[in-house]
Design a protein around this ligand. Sequence first.
Ligand SMILES: Cc1cc2nc3c(=O)[nH]c(=O)nc-3n(C[C@H](O)[C@H](O)[C@H](O)COP(=O)(O)OP(=O)(O)OC[C@H]3O[C@@H](n4cnc5c(N)ncnc54)[C@H](O)[C@@H]3O)c2cc1C
Length: 472
Amino acid sequence: MIRHTDVLIIGGGISGLSSAWWLAQKGIRSTILEQSYKTGGLIDTTNQDGYVTDHAAAMVLNFNSLVSKFMTHSGLLDYKINRNKISKRYVLKNSRLQQIPENIRGILFSDLFSLKTRLKLLSEPFRSRSHSDSETVADFIRRRLGQEILDLAIDPYVSAVLACDPEKACARSTLPRLTALEKNFGSFTAGIITKKFIPGKKGLPQEAFSFNGGMKTLTNMLSQNPLTDVHTGQQVLAIEPAKSGWRITSKVNNTEYQYLTKQVIFSTPANVSSSLLKPVKTELAELLDQIEYAPIAQIHMGFDKTGLNNSLDGNGFLVPSREKMAIRGSLWMSNLVNHRAPENKILTSNFVGGGCQINALKSSDDVLIDQTLATLQKLTGIKQSPEMVRINRHHQGLPLYHGKYYQLSKAIESQASESNGLYFVSNFLNGISIRDRIIQSKSVADKVCSNLSAQTHQTESAVSVHAQRVMS
Ligand SMILES: Cc1cc2nc3c(=O)[nH]c(=O)nc-3n(C[C@H](O)[C@H](O)[C@H](O)COP(=O)(O)OP(=O)(O)OC[C@H]3O[C@@H](n4cnc5c(N)ncnc54)[C@H](O)[C@@H]3O)c2cc1C
């Protein structure tokens, strides 16, 4: 049987689900085909004995009004749990955890950074600009802020949170807000001051939040959209041109289904989109093939607070690459977000892998657990063993914005714009965060909507010309 749909979305992760949500706001019905038996993709949550562990994303960091609008109109505000006020955060320096200052003033007076680095920070407005699209994160930060800020502040964020290697990652794609400050205002300092004081330039205050029941609540709620037909357990096998659009072949168990559609949104990892497109858009498929991913694992450990002696007091720590530790960071989730652990217990989510530890996931679960526990014990002084352990492995964790990524992403976008009715909404373009996924899906939904109305207009014009000919 052939099914018809105006818009077909391949992949039911946050990218696909939020695309469908924005389309529904415009009254457009869409169909999502998701190969797994549940929606959410990387996003999922497990509640094990009261420990609520997220498999990938644990929080949304927002400062964008579109995301606020999305939250308000999707009904998700009722489930939102704001992150607790930031308390102590640490970075590893010379094998010891050191508290990170809360603001610029704190940085200038903290002994985390040498006097030379603090003076270099003050001279940041006088550094020269770069005009290269290929400058790495490491070169960009060394040039503007110095080696120590790179090692202790930027490297832990880029290598642990974004999973990229700062020596290889493209600055423009990995740190778009910082590079834009340099480009538009000449320096970070000038940009920050201008944005603070000039009316209309100040963005929303930054907020971080999760959801009651964990991040799975976000994707579950979006899956219930009445204008979206969600089909799980349905893997897309092929796409080919059809008379007025595209023919998609999918499979449920051993039965094949066909869909005819005018607009296709790929919300799948780059390699999946590439293999589907190879027969029809070879050049585009070859570009998609060049996107690399890094593996990441989260090792969640739950501890009884009795006997911890305040060892896990704070939000957690990040590890700079130069410290060469087995884990890249540790978030003390139950301190960050309420209702993540039973009373008197503490949940830590520790991560390994990324572009600087590309082979880390070759180790067995037992090795990863032992290494994580040994690191936590060494750095925080805890003595006891965890009462709960859970591992989530992602062999294709996050896309790497390495090397000529900026040029590659632009080439993919340009080829896609020339492919009638094909779009990409996925974390290998325009940012990995949930916030970026919601923003990118809005812009693609707008394009889909205007293309659909242009097609409807063309069809109506053709029908009216035909009717006039018949009448005359
Ligand atoms: C460990 C980790 C921690 C993270 N933490 C955060 C965080 O705290 N905050 C934050 O904002 N972001 C975080 N992220 C990033 C964020 O979770 C991801 O970028 C985002 O969830 C990716 O969503 P997506 O829809 O683009 O891709 P995916 O979630 O990968 O979805 C792709 C979907 O396509 C489906 N699919 C694949 N092939 C086919 C096919 N042939 N047919 C049909 N369906 C198919 C897959 O099954 C999957 O459901 C984290 C990521 C990781 C790995």
